[in-house]
Every structure is written in C-alpha cells, then in structure tokens.
Write a protein that binds this ligand. Structure first.
Ligand SMILES: NC(=O)c1ccc[n+]([C@@H]2O[C@H](COP(=O)([O-])OP(=O)(O)OC[C@H]3O[C@@H](n4cnc5c(N)ncnc54)[C@H](OP(=O)(O)O)[C@@H]3O)[C@@H](O)[C@H]2O)c1
Length: 299
C-alpha cells in the first residue's frame, strides 16, 4: 500500500497510476476531497485516455504505515509536512520527497532520524484546473536516489518506479539535483520576471545573466565536490530552453496566477549555500530579490 500526501497535480497523477495498475493507495488531503477527479491527457494514447479517478482517502490523523509515504509537494511544503505527519509515521516507512528545487536535507534527516528517504524529481507534467479536474500535460521521466538507504532499496525502487516510468536511479543524486537546480535557477526566475516563454531565453539580451548564474552555481558545486564547469551548465540549460521553447515555466505560471513561487528553494537555496561556503552569488541574489518583490505585490 502507498500513501500519497495531498490532492495536488502530481499527487493525482500518482493516484491515477495506482488506480490504473491496481496498486492499493491512500491519499491524505487537507483541503477538498472530491469523490471523483476527471483526468484529461494532452497527448492521448491507448494507455493515456481521459478517465475518472475515484480517489481513496485516509484521515489526516490516521497512522502512516504503508510501503512508501510519497510527498509530491511544493518544495516549501516539504519540511512543514514532515513536521506535521511525523507523530503518526512509522519509522520504518520510506519517504519519497518528490519536488523541484532544493530542501535542507540535513533538516529532513534530523526530523526523521530513522526513516529511509528517497529524493526524486520528475519531468512529467500535470496541472489542476479545478479541485475535481487534472490535466496530464506531459509523460516524462524521473530521476531518483537515496538520501538515507533502506534495508531493501531495490524493492522500494521497484514500487516507486512503476508510478512515473522510466525512472533512473543515481548513486549520487546530489549531482543530478544540483544540475537540475542550475537549469531551474536560470529558466524559472528569468521567464517569470520578463513574462516570456522558455524559448525567448535564447535571445542575446539574456546571455550575460545566464552565464553569471551558471558560473556561481558551478563554483558552489565544485566546492561541494560535485565537479562541473560553467560551460556544461550553460549548455544543459540552453538545450532545455530549446527543447521546451514554447512552454511557460512553473514559476512563470505561479507569478501569472499570483501563487507563491518556489524561488526560496531555487535561487534562495543557491544564495544560502553561497553564504554558507563563502561564495559570492550576486546574479542569483538579484533574481531572488526580483521575484520576492513581485510576490510582495500580490500578498
Ligand atoms: N505539476 C507539474 O507539472 C510538475 C512537474 C514537475 C515537477 N513538479 C514539482 O512537483 C512538486 C509538486 O507540484 P504540484 O504541481 O503537484 O503541486 P500542487 O498541485 O500545489 O500540489 C501540492 C499539494 O499538496 C498539498 N499539501 C501540501 N502540504 C500538505 C500537507 N501538509 N498535508 C496535506 N496536503 C498538503 C497541497 O494542498 P494545498 O492546495 O492545500 O496547499 C496541494 O494539493 C513541486 O515541487 C513542483 O515544482 C510539478
């Protein structure tokens, strides 16, 4: 049995996969708990047809004693959620932290000193247009790794990877997360600030900022023994800009809808790591401040 936290876009996608694969699951929802959720696929295929999810819920206060406890949450919701559910969480249950951006791993390890922990990130796409409707906008791939090992990593990996396949498992998940952070640190704030789709970042006026943001992150990564060059980070980023040229980033959409962004877990994380390691991060700091300012307008 799997426990999925929240009735969010990725949470509903996971529940839909469980329903499809006949995997027993429960959702813990703190807000609305619709009895039916209508699921649409942007790209239809025999496996991906419009369907109705009939979610199975458990009470917010019930104990969590399943095979996996999956937290498909905004990065800033992860630590508060672990604090909230820790009292009812069996210490043997592995957590799966499924989010963009970075959270403070030391804090997570301290909060749950015994539970095994998977960190995962996915390029699947989904959004909720209403409480009882979810659009699956992209079938992607997933990257995962262990922050704290379990007694049987392969068993738990097998359970999780059926939900968001294909899933690549990494010995050094931090390398993967930092490389993704580098891409997010460029694309998310710049597209949100300038109100542009990703592809516009190929225009020359953004080049110096992209170079500076990537240089700062490369310096930090090298300090953390995660070898990389500025050029590698810039090339990764520009490849994604090209591949997703017509897309609007999640931060762009959050700003357009006046929702809290994940900036504190993207540029904010880079700046805080810079302070910790005495690496100057003015380019990331500037993007952080600009997004913070935009957020204050709609608070
Ligand atoms: N959606 C995508 O296409 C996509 C793609 C790749 C990566 N990601 C990443 O995946 C993560 C999740 O994204 P998402 O789009 O699924 O976010 P989302 O739709 O906002 O889902 C998060 C859900 O978790 C709920 N939640 C938060 N804390 C909770 C708690 N303590 N107890 C119960 N429920 C709680 C939220 O409820 P409330 O509404 O009450 O806050 C919300 O329903 C993010 O880091 C995002 O960047 C998303």
């Amino acid at each position: 049995m799997l426990t999925i936290l929240g009735n969010g876009a990725i949470g509903n996608l996971l529940a839909l996969q469980c329903q499809h694969l006949q995997i027993d699951y429960r959702i813990i929802a703190r807000s609305e708990s619709p009895t039916e959720i209508h699921c649409q696929f942007s790209q239809q295929s025999p496996q991906h047809q419009a369907t109705v999810l009939q979610p199975v819920y458990q009470q917010v206060t019930d104990s969590i004693d399943s095979d996996l406890f999956i937290l498909p949450l905004k990065a800033y919701q992860i630590i508060p959620a672990i604090q909230q559910y820790k009292p009812q969480l069996n210490p043997k249950v592995p957590l799966v932290l499924l989010h963009n951006g970075m959270v403070d791993h030391q804090h997570v390890l301290q909060l749950v000193p015994d539970n095994p922990i998977i960190i995962a990130t996915t390029s699947y796409g989904a959004f909720k247009h209403q409480a009882d409707g979810v659009n699956i906008t992209g079938i992607g791939a997933t990257q995962g790794g262990w922050l704290r090992n379990s007694e049987d990593n392969l068993y738990f990996q097998g359970l999780f990877e059926r939900l968001l396949p294909p899933c690549n498992w990494h010995e050094d998940i931090l390398q993967v997360l930092w490389r993704k952070l580098a891409v997010n640190s460029v694309i998310n704030p710049l597209t949100a600030i300038h109100n542009i789709p990703n592809g516009k970042l190929a225009e020359p006026q953004y080049r110096s900022t992209i170079m500076a943001v990537s240089a700062e992150i490369a310096t930090l990564m090298n300090r953390l023994d995660l070898p990389v060059t500025q050029n590698e980070l810039v090339s990764n980023c520009m490849a994604i800009v090209e591949k997703t040229a017509a897309n609007y980033s999640s931060m762009h959409q959050d700003v357009q809808h006046k929702r809290q962004t994940e900036i504190e877990n993207i540029s904010g994380y880079v700046v805080s790591q810079g302070e910790k390691l005495s690496v100057s991060t003015p380019a990331n700091s500037s993007l952080l401040e600009q997004i913070r300012k935009i957020e204050t307008y709609y608070k």
